[in-house]
Design a protein around this ligand. Structure first.
Ligand code: 5AD
Ligand code: SF4
Length: 570
């Protein structure tokens, strides 16, 4: 899992941008158009409820049956959306209903969590809940959490202290406030959260969001409720996520969940479970809907997007197998058959030639030539690849169980650059992993210099229980050394990204407008094909699809922008 460039991750990494510009031309696109070039350079009342809930509580005492748990353990992969779930035997449909109680959702961590929040909301909305963005008026507060590093969990514990105050101050005349922990932290810590923070009412792991209405119904009776079962096949294929922002130009589409890689430092395989892919047909249906809604960009999401393998139909098992990247190996037995990432990417990119396609986060092992070729050939597949290296030392990479050496990684970088001229590269790095020597650290510094990434996400190693590194390796690098090395990596990354991004100055870039710049009311902000922010004046420009017409660019328009300079921010 290498979630996209989320806010939390920004705190410990550097990003370069935005690109400043002077000249621009609007490309307000029309549906009949064919593909666009990526760049022009080259590149609530209560009384009534009391009665109902007393009755409910007595029925609840008899509890769910064994059969009920069996049923929950095998959620079918794809269920027609018209099909309504039978309520559990101890709850009526009415008791399961949200009855317009207001839910406040707060997301932490990666882009997968942003998508999970939309899935959770989609399920709750269908169950009769309302959404609020005002914490004070919320009847239910749900935190979608992250466990990847200690700091991410500490943020949630701190937030729970604030929510405790809010809950204790709740007027008795109002419906009692319920608080839930969703996602990775619920999965990793389970009842430890319920024991430590008695104010937490529900826990739902990443594969248990369908169970949210039941968990909240149980919580309403005053009991704590949890479902942290991991599934082998849950992909929420039939749950259409509800876009948070109706004015958004881009959306995230989850294509697979979980991870089988078991990198020695990583908690994700334990919190998000086994790798499973969503059926191609349901992904295409979602992308088509998004295109019809006028969205201009989709990012295919997954812990290892390019390891995608749709095995939902037997005939897919005869699909031609694809190779790993040269010099790369996997930590699991070779999987056979299924529709692979190249097939999906091809199909998705054909839906709407004016819709940009991105994907994150991939694993470097799964970049066969057909994927690279496709990225090169299709105008609407962005020439941007996240290639998480984690370390520049082959010795550390082996301890991390990444399945490649520094040399194989560098060779892949060259191969990608040859196959996709002008490609933007980004990476993740961990400083101070178990046993990392100064020489190993230097190797990482030199990899940053050698590759010259356009964007980077750098972290200090945070030891996580359950992982292989926790059990077998010693977290022997003092905290101050980890931080010093991290700072050094950040400095070098910055220098190299400066050089790499200078290449855009003087070039005309195709920018997808997102809206007003946060820094200035007179500027607009958008992203180029390589996902770099571009800031440019909000002024009239020529509409090339309507010759002679002078217009102002709107979110969702493509604009050709000539880059005149760049500056950095933290
Ligand atoms: N400590 C620090 N960073 C980590 N990552 C994953 N696990 C850890 C950990 N235990 C980083 C990796 C991964 C990114 C999403 O988070 O760089 O690619
Ligand atoms: Fe990514 Fe490795 Fe963690 Fe899987 S185990 S999510 S591949 S870092």
């Amino acid at each position: 899992m290498h979630p996209l460039q989320c806010v939390l991750r920004m705190q410990r990494c550097q990003r370069w941008g935005p690109l400043a510009s002077v000249s621009w031309v609007l490309l307000r696109t029309c549906r009949a158009h064919s593909g666009l070039p990526s760049t022009a350079c080259s590149s609530p009342e209560r009384q009534q409820e009391d009665g109902v809930w007393k009755d409910f509580s007595s029925r609840l005492a008899t509890g769910p049956t064994f059969q009920h748990f069996l049923r929950n353990a095998s959620v079918p992969q794809e269920k027609p959306s018209s099909e309504v779930d039978d309520p559990p035997p101890y709850l009526t449909v009415d008791e399961l209903s949200g009855r317009q109680r207001k839910v406040y959702l707060e997301t932490y961590g990666c882009q997968m969590n942003v998508n999970d929040t939309e899935i959770a909301w989609s399920i709750l909305q269908k169950s009769g809940y309302l959404r609020t963005s005002n914490l004070q008026e919320a009847d239910v507060i749900l935190l979608v959490t992250c466990s990847i590093r200690e700091k991410a969990e500490q943020t949630i514990w701190n937030r729970l202290q604030q929510l405790k105050v809010l809950k204790s101050k709740r007027l008795r005349s109002r419906v009692p406030l319920k608080i839930g922990i969703l996602g990775c932290m619920a999965e990793r810590l389970k009842e430890e959260i319920l024991n430590r923070e008695k104010m937490v009412d529900i826990l739902a792991g990443p594969d248990a969001y369908r169970d949210l209405p039941r968990l909240l119904a149980v919580a309403k009776s005053g009991q704590q409720a949890a479902n942290v079962l991991l599934s082998l096949d849950e992909t929420y294929a039939d749950v259409m996520p509800v876009q948070m922002s109706p004015s958004a130009t881009s959306a995230f589409v989850s294509i697979m969940r979980g991870c089988d890689n078991m990198c020695s430092y990583c908690i994700v395989p334990f919190t998000r479970g086994r790798e499973r892919s969503r059926p191609v047909a349901s992904i295409l249906e979602e992308v088509r809907k998004l295109s019809e809604q006028g969205l201009k960009e989709v990012t295919l999401l997954g812990q290892n997007v390019n390891s995608f393998r749709d095995t939902s139909e037997v005939q897919f098992n005869n699909a031609v197998s694809t190779n790993l990247s040269r010099g790369f190996s996997s930590n699991y037995k070779t999987k056979q058959g299924g529709l692979r990432f190249a097939h999906l990417l091809d199909q998705v990119s054909r839906i709407d030639p004016e819709m940009r396609i991105r994907f994150t986060s991939p694993h470097p092992k799964d970049f066969p030539d057909e994927v690279l070729q496709l990225i090169h050939e299709r105008d609407n597949i962005c020439k941007q690849i996240h290639l998480p290296a984690q370390s520049g030392s082959s010795r550390v990479l082996e301890a991390m169980r990444r399945g490649y050496s520094r040399e194989a990684y560098v060779e892949l970088v060259h191969h990608i650059r040859e196959s996709i001229p002008g490609v933007s590269l980004s990476s993740d790095f961990i400083a101070g992993f178990c046993g990392e020597t100064e020489e190993d650290h230097f190797q990482t510094v030199s990899l940053l210099q050698e590759v010259q990434y356009n964007m980077g996400f750098l972290f200090a190693y945070s030891m996580r229980q359950k992982t292989r590194a926790y059990h077998r390796l010693k977290d022997d690098i003092p905290e101050e050394v980890k931080l010093r090395r991290l700072e050094e990596l950040i400095t070098v990354f910055r220098e190299e990204a400066t050089k790499a991004n200078k290449a855009f100055v003087g070039c005309t870039q195709l920018v997808l407008v997102e809206g007003l710049s946060k820094r200035s009311a007179t500027d607009l902000c958008g992203r180029n094909d390589g996902n770099l922010k571009v800031i440019f004046p909000d002024a009239e420009m020529e509409d090339v699809t309507n010759s002679g017409l002078r217009v102002r660019a709107q979110p969702g328009d493509y604009v050709l922008v000539k880059v005149i300079g760049r500056f950095c921010y933290l």
